[in-house]
Design a protein around this ligand. Structure first.
Ligand SMILES: C=CC1=C(C)c2cc3[nH]c(cc4nc(cc5[nH]c(cc1n2)c(C)c5CCC(=O)O)C(CCC(=O)O)=C4C)c(C)c3C=C
Ligand SMILES: [Fe+2]
Ligand SMILES: [Fe+2]
Length: 364
């Protein structure tokens, strides 16, 4: 059925317009698009809006994921449906409203992910032309992983590189994104060849991009901060003892950042934020640590969030509002939030370099 004439190599038009029926094939033989390599970026996902039902749909999908909350569904689902999802959509909806990109009608995570995708596409298409297709999907909400895998396969991607945009690996983020990707592939008749990009917490270009963002932020300040707090999203402490390497990768990112900046240990620290539920999470908790720093006389601090590839509710609202407040209430005087790497050129270059490393042998 599929011979070498199916590669469509003569064409320069778009993949869809380009699809051809193989020579000597019967009239009902499907058209075969020109072969491409797909690069599918993946982030966490975000609600479509901040009203109760949009928030509830999003949180329900997110918090029903057993990679995120691993309690037995018999125990967890009644609590989730009857308690958490009757209250949290209101509180979280208010928080989203305060950071919403009203002009674009979407959350900042969505706006930034779109911009990252378009810049990465520009760079990779400049190198490889229309042999590559670059798009993004979300683990929860829209655009779904399944819809994007289908689109890529339909457009002729016989190879897909799947890239979860989490610098540090966790079962609750990278692994569930990969699981979802693999389950989308289960629905494809003609499954493409696939690769997944591993965590890039120690990638020199990622560390350089973080260091450059710290140096840029510090250069703009009149007084140098006493301490840089590297605040990572937390996970339950139990996940670490059960084998999740997230904690170790966060600590290593901080150490490499410190070394890149040429700093001593006392100028930088690692903390964890966004605790959820009654269990112990990774410590120290950012919200408590910034207050302790202020009480110990560290009146000027900067906070950076290296685990987030894009600013989102957890950085713009939790760090820049709640955590700032905790610091100031404890006597802190100057609080500087250093934005995520977002679509900054250093970051895009670092991500493209990671992609190119994992494309080796597919596109040289
Ligand atoms: C309840 C358990 C949660 C775990 C474990 C968890 C891990 C985790 N999350 C991120 C990145 C993001 N989380 C975001 C929002 C968010 N996270 C949780 C819960 C857990 N996260 C909730 C309930 C929410 C929604 C907001 C809220 O109601 O508080 C986001 C932001 C999404 C956005 O739209 O802006 C990101 C990004 C990481 C990296 C991580 C563990 C490594
Ligand atoms: Fe989270
Ligand atoms: Fe560790």
């Amino acid at each position: 059925m599929f011979d070498s004439k199916h590669d469509g190599s003569k064409s320069t038009a778009s993949a869809a317009a380009m699809a051809e029926r193989p020579a000597h094939a019967p009239a009902d033989h499907p058209k075969i698009p020109r072969e491409k390599v797909g690069i599918l970026l993946a982030n966490l996902g975000t609600p479509d809006n901040y009203d109760y039902w949009s928030m509830r749909r999003y949180l329900n999908e997110f918090l029903s994921d057993k990679r995120v909350i691993d309690y037995s569904p018999w125990v967890w689902q009644p609590i989730l449906q009857l308690v958490v999802l009757t209250k949290r959509p209101f509180a979280s909806g208010e928080a989203y409203k305060s950071i919403w990109n009203h002009e674009a009608g979407e959350s900042p995570l969505m706006t930034i992910t779109k911009s990252q995708t378009s810049k990465i596409r520009g760079t990779l298409q400049a190198a490889f032309g229309d042999r590559v297709m670059v798009d993004f999907c979300m683990r929860y909400g829209n655009p779904s992983t399944k819809s994007k895998v289908r689109e890529m396969v339909d457009m002729g991607c016989r190879k897909i590189l799947f890239f979860p945009l989490y610098p540090q690996y966790s079962g609750a983020t990278s692994a569930t994104a990969n699981d979802h990707f693999f389950s989308a592939l289960m629905e494809e008749k003609w499954q493409p060849q696939v690769r997944t990009v591993p965590a890039y917490f120690e990638d020199p270009k990622y560390i350089e991009a973080l260091a450059a963002s710290v140096e840029r932020a510090y250069a703009a300040l009149e007084h140098q901060p006493d301490v840089l707090v590297c605040s990572y999203h937390g996970v339950p402490q139990r996940y670490l003892t059960e084998g999740d390497p997230y904690h170790c990768q966060c600590v290593k990112t901080t150490r490499l950042l410190k070394e890149k900046l040429g700093w001593t240990d006392d100028r930088i620290t690692t903390t964890f934020q966004s605790r959820f539920g009654p269990e112990e999470w990774l410590q120290p908790y950012t919200v408590e640590e910034v207050a302790r720093l202020a009480e110990r006389g560290k009146k000027k601090i900067a906070v950076i969030a290296p685990a987030f590839s894009a600013d989102c509710i957890e950085t713009l609202e939790e760090i820049n509002e709640e955590i700032r407040e905790s610091f100031e209430e404890a006597g802190g005087e100057e609080f500087t939030y250093i934005p995520c790497l977002n679509d900054d050129d250093h970051h895009i270059a670092a991500l493209c370099e990671v992609v190119r490393t994992h494309l080796k042998g597919w596109l040289d």
